[in-house]
Design a binder for this molecule. Structure first.
Ligand SMILES: O=C(CO)[C@H](O)[C@H](O)COP(=O)(O)O
Ligand SMILES: [Co+2]
Length: 225
């Protein structure tokens, strides 16, 4: 079977009205989101707090058949694998920076039935994550310092995306942070195929048109490659 890369848009609900998490999430899905990117912060790995597995579980009870990715900005990713699997998470994406035994965390994530995503901060060299690509499903190249939505896109991170795309034509590569209509071409041309967009999608006058246009830009770049 030939595998093809697919353009996918996974909005981040971080900057939405979190008192209406379900309604905001459902609206994004009705407007064409391919998956949901749920930002989990522990106030330690990053200087912010968001939501944890009890909230993810409540959302899963209302939204059944949608791919949930949790972006684990936490100091001890191994601690939350079982609770997040139990909450119905499909992909557990964690930062490798604070982890001593990345392979062991990957193994445990799979053992609990989830896909493995590996994330790196802007200051982390791509070589640090490249070592583990064979035991992962996706690499997330952060395009802001993790911790807050609504920050400025860091274009210099595209060298990492380009490098990975050249080396691994079929790898799922995600970008996250400051991505929207103004920066999507940059991400698409560099080779990202999984796009997280928070503020730009949440605040769009026409959410459906924005999501469609982001996906079309990425898919066109994939088709040209
Ligand atoms: O992981 C994140 C921040 O650490 C968020 O996913 C990201 O910032 C998305 O929001 P925006 O598109 O507004 O930058
Ligand atoms: Co994120």
């Amino acid at each position: 079977m030939t595998r093809h890369l697919k353009a996918m848009i996974g909005p981040s609900i971080l900057n939405s009205d979190l008192s209406r998490l379900y309604e905001e999430s459902q609206k994004l899905l009705d407007n064409g989101a391919d998956y949901l990117h749920l930002d989990v912060m522990d106030g330690h790995f990053v200087p912010n707090l968001t939501l944890g597995h009890p909230v993810v579980k409540c959302l899963r009870n209302k939204i059944k058949d949608v791919f949930f990715e949790t972006h684990m900005m936490v100091s001890k990713p191994e601690q939350w694998i079982v609770p997040m699997a139990d909450a119905g998470v499909n992909q557990y994406t964690f930062h490798i920076e604070p982890v001593d035994n990345v392979a062991e965390v990957c193994r445990k994530i799979r053992e609990n039935g989830m896909k493995v995503g590996l994330a790196i901060k802007p200051g982390t060299p791509v070589s640090e994550v490249e070592k583990y690509i064979a035991i992962s499903d996706m690499v997330l190249i952060m395009t802001v310092e993790p911790g807050f939505g609504g920050q400025k896109f860091m274009e210099d991170q595209m060298t990492k995306v380009k490098y990975l795309r050249d080396q691994y034509p079929l790898l799922d590569i995600e970008v996250d942070g400051g991505v929207g209509p103004a920066t999507i071409s940059c991400c698409a041309n560099a080779g990202a195929n999984m796009i997280v967009s928070g503020t730009a999608v949440i605040g769009a006058a026409d959410q459906a048109a924005t999501i469609r246009s982001l996906r079309d830009t990425v898919q066109e770049a994939i088709n040209k490659r």
